[in-house]
Design a protein around this ligand. Structure first.
Ligand code: HXC
Length: 483
């Protein structure tokens, strides 16, 4: 163990500088700076960079301990051999024992070819530890360069994946192999760049424009999470929310639910995750009265806010991550239902929608729901309803809550009447709205705790969360299984 003082003059400078930039100034202590591979084959004794291509150590972020590793592409391409893997495994073990988060800065040519199976086994050792730590301590991956082959599975097992735009490339099979097998010509970026993982695959939680921003985002994420599941999430000075926007009364008109989130949470505290992927559901960390919360909200601007496969998986993983780390959940509902169609059914909306249902039903953190405009059918139940165990469900006065929308409902229950006299449709729709959809109906049977005005929302949610402060208990709840 050595205390590292700047300036340093070897190829590890850049990664050391990054490791140091991630942690609080002066707080980095390096482990294993003299480690070198022991390989003799392929003339490898001629290339034995100090540290074996990875900087590992401990430091503090926001004054709290973290473990970290930073791969160095200037040393053997950042490739992973037995010693390199052993250093990372030690830091993961250290974080597990110390019950502190671990951050990895990834930039590597993958398994060190000269080390063969020893390199592959090194990955296995890392994956096993990623899984053992899952749900126990937060794990953050910052991908600053290539991350190829099975190496992608370490970040995929962690809680948060941050990609540096233009530099990070993640794929299981690289362009050359793709070309050989499928004859498809594809660039690194089109195969595994930030756009692919930020928008289509859902691998990226956050995309940063440069390394500096990537590290800043990692620090910011850690600011919402506890050191481990045995610690309460950190609290900060309360901030004022933004103004609550007027949401269109016509349920078919879109609006941006992030404006409503801004009207509830402490100003500037919302950090949206996976913003470009499955944008029909919005998830992210925020603070209310200085207390970290996880926000899940249907987004009426995209697919009218319907839940589909991607949205269900995105929200399910976020709910499970928040629950694992004791972060209370605030759910904002404006959902017409699950996205209908053969594509969704055949690809498994039953199986995948069930993940979100499972995640909410399992969650033991404080859970508060606000129904903004509509909540129909299965999606009403899934979005943290009272019956799934929500601590409190509120509704805005104009909300419609029912088995289905009025038009669809009257076509089913008044089919014969409408065949006899189609002109009655509007009147029947109005009657259904009155008798089956208004929020006072579920409020009468305690499915909704209180109907509240939009302007009251922040105060009511904050007061409810305060009242639930005693819910938090230290302890392992569950892992954060990738989905
Ligand atoms: C050994 C490697 C290496 C590797 C790079 N180097 N990757 N050495 N094993 N996997 C070495 C190069 O030989 C070179 O050494 C130095 O690192 C820099 O590499 P360059 O290619 O010159 O750098 P650059 O042009 O920046 O390209 C970086 C790169 C490329 C895109 C990462 O090196 C590359 O494609 N590497 C192979 C990637 C790959 O297919 N890896 C295996 C994935 S499969 P010198 O001595 O010339 O400086 C895998 C399985 C994991 O990882 C399974 C886990 C279960």
């Amino acid at each position: 163990m050595t205390e590292v003082e700047p300036p340093l003059v070897d190829v590890r400078d850049d990664r050391l500088a990054r490791a140091k930039a991630l942690v609080d100034a002066g707080s980095f202590t390096e482990f294993g700076s003299e480690a070198r591979h022991q390989v003799h084959a392929f003339d490898m004794q001629r290339k034995r960079p100090a540290g074996d291509g990875v900087v590992t150590g401990v430091g503090r972020v926001h004054g709290r301990p973290v473990g970290l590793f930073a791969q160095d592409p200037t040393a053997l391409g950042g490739s992973l051999g037995a010693v390199h893997a052993g250093k990372i495994a030690r830091i993961l073990d250290h974080a597990g024992r110390a019950r502190c988060p671990v951050v990895g800065l990834l930039d590597s040519g993958g398994a060190r070819i000269q080390e063969g199976v020893a390199a592959l086994d090194g990955y296995g050792e890392i994956f096993r530890r990623n899984v053992a730590l899952s749900g126990r301590v937060p794990q953050v991956s910052v991908v600053l360069g290539p991350c190829a082959g099975g190496a992608v599975y370490s970040p995929a097992l962690t809680d948060i994946v941050i990609l540096q735009r233009d530099r990070a490339h993640m794929f299981v099979t690289g362009p050359r192999v793709v070309k050989a097998v499928t004859f498809e010509d594809v660039s690194l970026g089109d195969l595994g760049g930030a756009d692919v993982h930020g928008r289509t695959s859902g691998v990226a939680s956050l995309v940063a424009e440069d390394a500096e921003q990537a590290l800043e985002l990692a620090r910011r994420v850690l600011g919402y999470l506890p050191g481990s599941c045995w610690e309460a999430p950190p609290t900060y000075a309360p901030g004022d929310p933004g103004p609550m926007p007027a949401v269109p009364e016509d349920h078919r008109l879109p609006y941006d639910v992030r404006d409503v989130i801004a009207g509830i949470v402490d100003g500037g505290s919302f950090l949206e995750l996976a913003a470009g992927f499955a944008a029909n559901v919005v998830v992210g960390f925020a603070r209310i009265d200085g207390q970290a919360v996880g926000v899940v909200a249907n987004q009426p601007r995209v697919l009218a806010g319907c839940l589909d496969i991607d949205a269900s998986e995105k929200a399910a993983r976020f709910v499970r991550m928040c629950d694992a780390f004791g972060v209370p959940l605030v759910t904002l509902v404006d959902v017409p239902g699950f996205l209908p169609g053969t594509g969704q059914e055949a690809r498994g909306i039953i199986r995948k929608g069930a993940k979100l249902l499972y995640a909410y039903a399992e969650a033991t953190v404080p859970r508060v729901t606000v129904i903004l405009r509509k909540a129909f059918g299965g999606a009403y139940i899934v979005m943290n309803s009272k019956s799934l165990g929500a601590d409190a469900v509120f509704s805005w006065p104009g909300a419609e809550i029912a088995v289905m929308g009025a038009e669809g409902a009257v076509d089913v229950i008044y089919r014969r009447e409408l065949e006899a006299d189609p002109s009655r449709r509007d009147a029947l729709i109005a009657r259904y709205r009155d008798e089956a959809m208004a929020p006072h109906i579920p409020a009468e049977r305690l499915s909704i705790d209180e109907v509240i005005a939009p302007a009251q929302t922040r105060a009511v949610v904050a007061a409810t969360l305060r009242s639930l402060a005693g819910v938090w208990q230290p302890g392992f709840r569950h892992d954060n299984l990738p989905q």
